[in-house]
Design a protein around this ligand. Sequence first.
Ligand SMILES: Cc1cc2nc3c(=O)[nH]c(=O)nc-3n(C[C@H](O)[C@H](O)[C@H](O)COP(=O)(O)OP(=O)(O)OC[C@H]3O[C@@H](n4cnc5c(N)ncnc54)[C@H](O)[C@@H]3O)c2cc1C
Length: 476
Amino acid sequence: MTRRVAVVGGGLSGLAVSFSLLRRAERDGLGIDLSLWESETRLGGKIATLSREGFRCETGPNGFLDNVPQTMEMVEELGLGDRLLRSSDAARRRYIFSGGRLRALPEGPAAFLRSDLLSLRGRLRIVGEYFVPPRKEAADGEDETVASFIRRRLGEEALQKLIDPMTSGIYAGDPETMSMASCFPRVVALERQYGGMIRGMIAKQKEARAAGQKRAAGAGPGGTLMSFENGLQEMIDTLAAVLGDRRHTGAPVRSLTVTGEGKDRQYELAFADGSKVSADAVILAVPAYEAARILEGAASEAAERLRDIPYSAVSIVHCGYDMKNTGRDLDGFGFLIPHAEKRRILGSLWTSSIFRNRAPAGKTLLTIMVGGARDPRTPLLDEAELHRVVQSELRATMNQQAPPDFSRITRWEKAIPQYLVGHEKCLREIEERTRRLPGLFLIGNAYRGIGFNDCIKAALQIAPRVIEHISSTSPL
Ligand SMILES: Cc1cc2nc3c(=O)[nH]c(=O)nc-3n(C[C@H](O)[C@H](O)[C@H](O)COP(=O)(O)OP(=O)(O)OC[C@H]3O[C@@H](n4cnc5c(N)ncnc54)[C@H](O)[C@@H]3O)c2cc1C
């Protein structure tokens, strides 16, 4: 018997789970009537590649690391393997704006010891991490902020100059409020398992060598940044094509109601235009605040906790220049700025140096990130004012004197979910409060991983549970 599955939200998470469900149904001969409902008139959510005047501008992520097999397998299954575009080797060089100038982020331990990014004292404090005992509470899994963990293990200077910009680069967040366990779980695991970060990395190297591998799966991301020839939009378009007429855009879901019990349980989605759709299973692949709105009637206590996951505002400003007017050699990935520098941008990617075809010949493209948890106002400035702020910041940080020949702004008022201290506890409560609604699934970047790869991994993990649910409740 055919079972109806409704996916709400057509960002990467919703598209990936739909793809996985359709593949499984095809492989196992299951009858699934899948439909995907997206409020906007286009699919992709935060991901879109805009081609303007020969520039390719990403509105959200610029790429994904190739070290997550699930993503690479999905790329192959979609027939996109030969469309992959690898970032340039130069993009491995990253800069931090510190003490009024750009300084290269050291690439290995020896370079780190020679680098002047941190004072000698700050560098020795990091080396001394080896001798810092693990936190007593670490064993029972109690959460702490990113700032507290890093201060404790690596010292104040490493927090301010290295981890603070990294936290704003990935999460647009504030290390003083973010959860270490939810934002950097692999680092926390090193302390729990081996007593410290350096001890853990040494142990992992040894384990890898013993297993005959060249490189240990450490605490850092590793991998190479990838995209597609025409940007990440290619992945969205291909996933959308697989869905065919099962996808419905311009269809905002307003609420969900539940009828019946056990095998008779049905979910009904109500849309803004008053129409309704029933399903045996529903996957909410929308931001947490939208999931809260949809679940207000059916699971108000879960909705309450979903609302506790805040989002930071970010604007992405693209600026294109004539190569001869570019303020400095764009010999790397770009730079991030520690909060202590008191600048008004989070940093800039040197996009045309990362991927070879993002700007027309003779031009360069920068992607500037503005906003984050500690600066909710700047990303929402009016267009002229935002451009003015960005130009002035680029002058101060990377000597970009000439104005851009091309520019465009993407605003995300609710860009990136913030995993605050206690995030995992919040997720467990949401799970408990939705347990009486089997057949309802929540996925997306608000929960256990905010990145492109995390969304794919979560979608692939949930697909078999959806199949199990609809198989177990299928009438004989
Ligand atoms: C500026 C920015 C930069 C980023 N950079 C990186 C990066 O470099 N690397 C990386 O790995 N990740 C990055 N990310 C994160 C990555 O983009 C996201 O994790 C991922 O795209 C989230 O996908 P999603 O499907 O979970 O959510 P979304 O993309 O938010 O999709 C949710 C979808 O649900 C729809 N929706 C909402 N409400 C309803 C409703 N009521 N009814 C129907 N549909 C609804 C929305 O319109 C949207 O299409 C970045 C994100 C941003 C914003």
